[in-house]
Design a protein around this ligand. Structure first.
Ligand code: C2O
Ligand code: CU
Length: 490
């Protein structure tokens, strides 16, 4: 396993060409199959599932998929298709669906109290929007996220349409998520004071695709395989490498980039914080029975994520020369014309600054009237954005926005981490371009979530879309304990 860690290739010298390559992708051709409407009912309910594996005690999970089917459903659509999804809440607490990474109208973004009312037990809510971008996405609730996601209430959403014909011989979804389970299959507390104030509370059982891992599957001998990797964990940052096969990064958070060979990535691997995705193209071994491995190298003891065995007649794909996916359709910000804004992600100073600001709002200001319920806030704040923590306590009200932006205008944000912990920072409703980092040699790429390392500064650029959009760390205890706010784009 250690072999992969060698051969660090700095990307700095290539930064310029990385940009050109990113922008030199071919757009998807016009035409293709006519767009469809997907009428879905997503029933959020508690049920039993064999998370720990066959013959092991069952776990009472929360899932959008009925008993007997996998805990983690995989929904498929095509770019340009319409989603008509009715959420039906059969849980004992309110919920919602946030379509992570999808650029959609603000009212469909699924944030209780900000973009919609909470969907109470027994209620329904209809989500309807078009899919503007192809790629690998997922969905999850947006209050009590550590409890909801921790019990499994998520789904993968694959939007097809970014691959030229014959691009790959097989495709595999690899969704990484730990479970906080006791040996009897019951859940342990998802939040701990110790974890919430530091790197977060980790699971006890590592898993892939909704069950204890690693994943074992077969791949066509010699064939090209598209791996759709998702980090759906609440806490863990993984560092993904492939052993026993050539591999290239072809998309980040759903959006294409010029393929980067694994050996040319920083540390020959790609880091995924909670909520981040990466698509890799790999070439399966040339002889049936040979194995390729997907490994998480983030911790001292590397963890086997998936073991894929070549099977069937050999496909002759020739030498590995990964082609790019079709270009992403995200609007690019003109950084020269962009307004710069800085956001600092740090520890909370203790006092609920947000409550004070909200209390200082003029009487009759609609912001001051929205009382948040206890599922959407915690008893205290430990973290903050620009020194303002997401409010906590029984009288928490919706705080004012962290900033006000103009719709259609380009922005460059500088994100600064003043803490000793990494934070995967997520902006709703947009895909942004990661421009630079003060500490890492990152290729320029599109993302909706980016890891901000301790004392690092990262610059991102995007064109603002209208609405109220959450901005938060995606380590779930960090956002719940304060590292969350929102931007108002008018
Ligand atoms: Cu997956 Cu507010 O985010
Ligand atoms: Cu964080």
């Amino acid at each position: 396993l250690a072999a992969l860690a060698a051969g660090v290739v700095p990307l700095a010298a290539r930064d310029r060409s990385a940009v050109d390559r990113l922008q030199g992708l071919t757009p998807a051709p016009d035409g293709g199959p006519p767009s469809r409407t997907h009428d879905l009912t997503l029933v959020a309910a508690e049920r039993e599932a064999a998370v720990l594996g066959p013959g092991q005690p069952l776990t009472r999970v929360w899932s959008f998929a009925p008993e007997g089917s996998p805990v983690l459903p995989v929904l498929r659509a095509r770019v340009g298709d319409r989603i008509n999804a009715t959420l039906e809440n059969r849980l004992a607490q309110h919920t919602s669906i946030h379509w992570h990474g999808i650029r959609l109208p603000n009212g469909m973004d699924g944030v209780p109290y900000l973009t919609q009312a909470p969907v109470r037990p027994g209620e329904r809510f209809a989500y309807a929007f078009d899919l503007p971008d192809a790629g690998t996405f997922f969905l999850h609730p947006h209050c009590d996220e550590s409890g909801g996601a921790g019990r499994g209430l998520m789904a993968v959403l694959i939007v097809e349409g970014d691959a030229p014909p014959g691009y790959a011989d097989a495709e595999l979804t690899v969704a990484i998520k730990d479970w906080r389970l006791a040996q009897d299959g019951g859940f342990l507390p998802f939040e701990t004071k110790e974890g919430a104030g530091r790197a977060g509370t980790f699971g006890t059982i590592r898993g892939v695709n909704g069950v204890a891992g690693p994943l074992r599957a077969t791949v066509p001998t010699g064939g090209l395989v598209r791996l759709r990797l998702l980090n759906l964990d609440s806490t863990r940052i993984v560092q993904i490498g492939v052993e026993g096969a050539e591999a290239a990064l072809i998309a980040t958070d759903g959006h294409a980039l010029q393929p980067i060979a694994q050996d040319d990535l920083p540390d020959s691997a790609w880091r995924l914080g909670p909520a981040m995705r990466a698509d890799l193209l790999v070439q399966a071994p040339a002889r049936a029975g040979e194995i390729l491995r997907i490994v998480d190298f983030a911790s001292a003891e590397p963890w086997l994520v998936a073991e894929l065995t070549a099977a069937g007649p050999r496909l002759n794909r020739g030498p590995f020369a990964p082609k790019p996916l079709y270009a992403a359709t995200v609007p690019r910000a003109d950084t020269g014309a962009a307004e710069p804004l800085t956001f600092t992600f740090g520890a909370s100073s203790g006092a609920s600054a947000a409550a004070e600001i909200a209390a200082g709002l003029a009487p009759g200001d609609p912001l001051a009237k929205v009382l948040l319920d206890s599922l959407c806030v915690r008893d205290t704040s430990l973290w903050a954005v620009n020194q303002v923590p997401w409010p906590s306590g029984p009288d928490a009200v919706l705080p004012p926005p962290l900033g006000t932006l103009k719709a259609g205008r380009p922005y460059v944000f500088e994100w600064v981490n003043t803490t000793p912990h990494p934070h995967p920072i997520h902006l709703h409703g947009h895909a942004f371009e990661v421009l630079s980092s003060s500490r890492q040699k990152l290729p320029r790429h599109l993302a909706d979530t980016v890891i901000l390392n301790p004392r690092e500064r990262i610059e991102i650029a995007f064109v603002a879309a209208p609405g109220d959009w959450m901005l938060h760390c995606h380590i779930l205890e960090h956002l719940e304990y304060g590292m969350m706010g929102y931007l108002r784009v008018a």
